[in-house]
Design a protein around this ligand. Structure first.
Ligand code: SF4
Length: 483
C-alpha cells in the first residue's frame, strides 16, 4: 500500500517570534513556551522545508534551537538584559529573519533574474591597534585607509532599500578605532536602528563605558577574537591580550550585551579550539552567545600554506563541530565545514549570500577572495549605486560556479557541501576565473603575489585533491545516503 505523507501545516514564523518575545516575562509557563517554539522550529525547518538534505536541515534546526535555549539560559543568568533581548527579537529575529527573508522571496518571484544578497561585510578601516601575524587584512597602526561615515551610512541605507537586507557585518582593521566626522561604529548602529550589526573586533577597546553604550543601542553584538586559551591568544595577539579580553567579557556580561567569539584554526591550535574544554570555558563559563570558527586561509600578511589545517585535521574538526551543534547545544559554527548550513558558498552577492567592501571601497566577492573589479567610490562618482556592483562579470561567474556546484540544485544533485569554497577547496576553478578577466585586480600586495605565484596554485590544487579523498566519502555516507 502506498504511504501517504501527512500534510504539514505551514509554520507562521511571525507567530513563533511572538511566542519567543513572551518568554522573558512568562513566569511559570516559560518552559512550556520554549518547548512550543522548539516544536515549531523542528516543524518549519526539518519537516516542512524540503530545500536541503535531511541531515543538513537537522543541523540548521539544531543551530536555531541552540540560539533559543542559550537566550533562555543567558536571561536567567542575567547576562542578557531584558531591554537588549526585546531589541534583538524586534530587530534581529523579526526584521532580519522573518520580514527580510519573506520580502526578498516576494521580490524574487517578481524579478527572477535579479539577485538579493542577504547581508554585506564592511570594513570601514584598515587601522588596528594590534599587529597579529597572518592577519587576513594585513591591518596596521600606520594607515589612513578608512571609509568616510557618509559612504558607510549610504551603503547600509542602499542595501536595505534594494535588497531588503538589514543585517551588516563589520570587520576590519579594528572597527572600534574607526572615526569619521566625529562618528564611529556605535553611531552607525544608532542611526540605523532597525538594522542589526555584528562587529568583529579584537575586544581591547571595549570598556565599561563602551559596553554601556552597546547595551543602550541594543542592535550591535561584538564578536571577539581568541586563539585558544591564554598562552595561544597572547602568543598571536600580544602579551596581556587574553586578560584584557576577559575584562571585556566581564563588562559586556554586566551590561547584558550578548557577545560572540571569533576563532581562527591553524595547524597549531585546531585541537585546542575544537576541544570540549574550550567550549566549556568560552560558552558555559564566560557566556559567549555564539562563535565562528574560521580555518586559516593563506591570504594576507605573510601568507603560508603551512598554517592550513591538514585534510585529516579538517575532518576531525568537522566531526567535533557537528557534535558541538547537535549534541553539545553550542552556537559554534565551523565556517567552511558547515557549508550545508548555508547551502554552500555565500560569496558574490548570491541570493541569500553576501559581498565584501573594504576600507578602500573595493568591492570583493568574499572576505577571503581578495580581488575586485568595482570600487564603491568610483561607482558612486559615476552616478551608480550598490546594485551595480553585483552585476560584474566577475561576480556573475562566481555565481555561475555556485549554481553548477550546488546552490539551487535539487538536494540529491548537490556536490559536497563540506567542501563549499571556490578559493580554498576548488582553487583550480576560482583561479581560472581570476585569470580570465584582466579587469580583476588584487586588493593588496599579498594578493598580487599569490596570484602570480605558480607554486602557490599548484600546492593549493594538490591540497584540494587530498581534501576530496578524505572528505568525499564522509559526504556520501553522512549526507548523500540519507537523501
Ligand atoms: S568563497 Fe569560500 S569563504 Fe567565501 S563565502 Fe564562498 S565558501 Fe565561504
Amino acid at each position: 500500500m502506498m504511504k501517504v505523507k501527512p500534510k504539514i501545516k505551514k509554520v507562521a514564523w511571525g507567530k513563533v517570534v511572538d511566542l519567543v518575545a513572551q518568554i522573558v516575562d512568562a513566569g511559570p509557563v516559560r518552559k512550556f513556551l520554549i518547548k512550543k517554539a522548539d516544536k515549531k522550529l523542528w516543524q518549519g525547518i526539518v519537516e516542512e522545508d524540503q530545500m536541503g538534505l535531511r541531515p543538513a536541515q537537522e543541523l540548521k534546526y539544531a543551530f536555531v534551537r541552540n540560539l533559543l535555549y542559550t537566550t533562555d539560559k543567558h536571561l536567567r543568568r542575567g547576562i542578557m538584559s531584558k531591554e537588549v533581548f526585546h531589541k534583538m527579537v524586534k530587530v534581529f529575529v523579526r526584521n532580519v529573519f522573518v520580514e527580510d527573508i519573506s520580502e526578498r522571496d516576494i521580490r524574487r518571484e517578481e524579478r527572477k533574474d535579479a539577485v538579493y544578497p542577504c547581508y554585506l561585510v564592511l570594513s570601514p578601516t584598515g587601522l588596528c591597534n594590534l599587529h597579529c601575524p597572518g592577519c587576513y587584512a594585513s591591518s596596521s597602526s600606520h594607515t589612513n585607509r578608512s571609509l568616510p561615515y557618509s559612504i558607510v551610512s549610504r551603503i547600509v541605507r542602499e542595501k536595505k532599500e534594494f535588497w531588503h537586507s538589514r543585517f551588516t557585518v563589520i570587520s576590519g582593521g579594528e572597527p572600534f578605532l574607526w572615526q569619521s566626522d566625529g562618528k564611529g561604529i556605535i553611531d552607525l548602529a544608532r542611526e540605523h536602528d532597525d538594522n542589526f550589526f555584528m562587529v568583529y573586533t579584537n575586544g581591547t577597546l571595549i570598556n565599561e563605558e563602551v559596553a554601556r553604550q552597546l547595551a543602550d543601542v541594543g542592535n550591535l553584538t561584538p564578536c571577539i577574537s581568541v586563539e585558544g586559551f591564554e598562552e595561544k591568544t597572547d602568543r598571536r595577539r600580544g602579551r596581556g591580550i587574553f586578560r584584557r579580553i576577559m575584562k571585556t567579557f566581564e563588562d559586556l556580561r554586566k551590561e547584558g550585551v550578548p557577545f560572540g567569539i571569533s576563532v581562527e584554526a591553524t595547524r597549531d591550535n585546531w585541537d585546542e579550539v575544537t576541544s570540549k574544554e574550550f567550549l566549556k570555558f568560552y560558552f558555559d563559563e564566560q557566556g559567549a552567545f555564539y562563535g565562528w570558527l574560521f580555518q586559516y586561509m593563506p591570504i594576507g600578511r605573510n601568507y603560508t600554506l603551512e598554517e592550513m589545517v591538514t585534510p585529516e585535521q579538517r575532518l576531525e574538526m568537522f566531526t567535533r563541530n557537528v557534535w558541538a551543534i547537535k549534541e553539545g547545544g553550542y552556537n559554534y559554527i565551523d565556517f567552511w565545514n558547515q557549508g550545508v548550513m548555508t547551502d554552500g558558498c555565500l560569496a558574490a552577492g548570491r541570493n541569500g549570500g553576501y559581498l565584501y567592501i573594504d576600507w578602500n571601497g573595493n568591492v570583493m566577492p568574499c572576505v577571503f577572495i581578495p580581488y575586485f573589479v568595482d570600487n564603491i567610490y568610483e561607482v558612486y562618482k559615476r552616478g551608480g549605486n550598490l546594485n551595480d556592483v553585483i552585476c560584474s562579470t566577475f561576480f556573475r561567474e562566481i555565481r555561475r560556479w555556485q549554481s553548477q556546484y550546488a546552490y539551487g540544485k535539487p538536494p540529491t544533485e548537490q556536490d559536497n557541501l563540506i567542501l563549499p569554497c571556490p578559493i580554498r577547496d576548488h582553487h583550480k576553478d576560482l583561479y581560472k576565473i581570476l585569470k580570465s578577466h584582466s579587469a580583476i585586480q588584487p586588493s593588496d600586495e599579498a594578493a598580487r603575489e599569490a596570484k602570480e605565484d605558480p607554486l602557490y596554485h599548484e600546492n593549493l590544487v594538490s591540497y584540494d585533491q587530498l581534501l576530496r579523498q578524505v572528505i568525499d566519502p564522509v559526504w556520501e555516507r553522512e549526507y548523500k545516503k540519507c537523501a
